[in-house]
Design a protein around this ligand. Sequence first.
Ligand code: IMP
Length: 427
Amino acid sequence: MATVVLVGTQWGDEGKGKITDFLAEQADIVVRYQGGNNAGHTVCVDDEEFRLHLIPSGILYPDKLCVIGNGVVINPEVLEKELVSLRERGVPMARLAISERAHLIMPYHIYLDELEEEKKGARKIGTTRRGIGPAYQDKAARVGLRVVDLLNKEIFRQKLENNLADKNRLFEKVYGAEKLAGDKLFEEYAYYADLLRPYVCDTSLLVDEAISKGKNILFEGAQGTLLDIDHGTYPYVTSSNPTAAAAALGVGIGPTRIDKVVGVAKAYTTRVGEGPFPTELHDELGVQMRKSGNEFGTTTGRPRRCGWFDAVIARFAARINGLDYLAVTKLDVLSGLPELKICRGYRYRGELLTEFPADLSVFGECEPVYDILPGWDEDISRARSFEDLPKNARAYLQRITELTGVPVALVGVGTKRSQTLVQVDLF
Ligand code: IMP
């Protein structure tokens, strides 16, 4: 039995959905602990592609329980669409549990996200405009609406009226924008309440009891370490903590209940949204990586910025998350390149930096210092074990381990479940 936290080690989009889906086979319960529908996982089962934003990828197995923890912000409209679409494709839904303590994303959060981004102009964060930041703002300001409120019509109506009045004053007076009408909102959310009610429970208790019974639990982080509100490239971050310690808080279990932490790292680096990215490739190679890696956002469709693997941030992620293992994804995308670069430090005004700096103006000026490794020509998408990989591909993985201090447990060489090579069993 084991409890495993899976986190992104870069700026999100590391392929966590695929690794979650792969590991979920051995898990009894798959739990999401933060973020909302800013995330997007693409999971390929046989030849079918599923795109999920809120529901954990484990839902695609018939016998797994999927949990949306209290740390997640839930847009009920998106959850409803996801439930309907999965049901239409024959995925049974009884195995979903939603925390009564999770906060709701309301239409005024989405509107505010847009208004804030517009107001910032050139300083914009490049958010997914899904209302994530404003929903977490309300949570911290102690005016958020929670799932448990949604289930109590009177309380919900009262809180919604108060919030809407405050938000409309903000829209009108600060942003000079239109007010939001509230009349249909209440009926709409009453419908969501009825829809979600059967799934709502005390998920902290549920997960804690399952751990005590020796069940295998997989905690699935969304986004990545560099998007963490405390440890990432602030302010170009999301409004939650995608890092491993948040799994305990976002589910409601003690940190001592977590056995292993696995970091998912793409074999190169990508980023969507604004902010510095030292190993970014602005040339033809960057375009080629985007094309061969299909690097377009699952949530917004935005093209992802692409660049070489940055071992400085991966080592940082190893420290912040206490990584036991790495899962390296999309190694196949690098096939055919004559040489590969791995950033092992930054040059900043003549000085060599080996740690990720907090000051973004410093990070923005950092020039990568690279190790250059030979590439491989072989098609590795048919490899089924580490031993099937060409020597240079294994040397590339070995260099990542040397630079980060973390052994590689899994390697992805394609989008399918079968295209996952296992060096260490995680459950
Ligand atoms: P927000 O989470 O929508 O507020 O966006 C804040 C930043 O996080 C932006 O740079 C987004 O592009 C980025 N972001 C949020 N979710 C994801 C994700 O799932 N993958 C990659 N980037 C993300």
